[in-house]
Ligand binder design. Sequence first.
Ligand SMILES: Nc1nc2c(ncn2[C@@H]2O[C@H](COP(=O)(O)OP(=O)(O)OP(=O)(O)O)[C@@H](O)[C@H]2O)c(=O)[nH]1
Ligand SMILES: [Mg+2]
Length: 156
Amino acid sequence: MTGQDQDTTTRCGFVAIVGAPNAGKSTLLNRMAGTKLSIVSPKAQTTRFRVLGILMRNHTQILLVDTPGIFQPRRKLDRAMVAAAWTGSEDADITLLIVDARAGMTEALRAIATRLAEQKRRLWLVLNKTDLVRRDALLPLTAELSAILPVEHVFM
Ligand SMILES: Nc1nc2c(ncn2[C@@H]2O[C@H](COP(=O)(O)OP(=O)(O)OP(=O)(O)O)[C@@H](O)[C@H]2O)c(=O)[nH]1
Ligand SMILES: [Mg+2]
């Protein structure tokens, strides 16, 4: 290869989108894929199983997995949904934790963050619904989550 050649090295990575119900996980997958792959609705617990989007960015293939929201399961279906979410995260090279910034630090979010911290995986934090909150609420929320989790990058 000469110095003038384009870098054609191919790469592939597996990214899981996790978070509490209704945080905006499916919206993010659809936006990144540029098409409607996963159902979005104002109702929590819309996504019930893992949904895979395959994105190409130059020579990089990104396997982006939308997962059901993680919450305290009560029924059998609940348990299956939450298990699907955690499996998605365990398989991933990078986990995106999507947080509804307006809901802030809920008990559900704290439980998810604590469990993610135990998994010791590469973690990127995405504060979503920032259009619905005052900007000065974002830094304290980021700090609170960073105290629990080894956050590599923060996106707002
Ligand atoms: N205002 C605002 N609404 C958003 C944003 N992102 C998503 N939403 C809305 O939030 C609601 C939930 O979005 P979803 O993408 O279905 O959320 P989810 O995390 O996939 O939800 P579950 O699959 O139920 O866990 C929908 O009504 C979206 O339109 C955002 O950045 N700002
Ligand atoms: Mg969803």
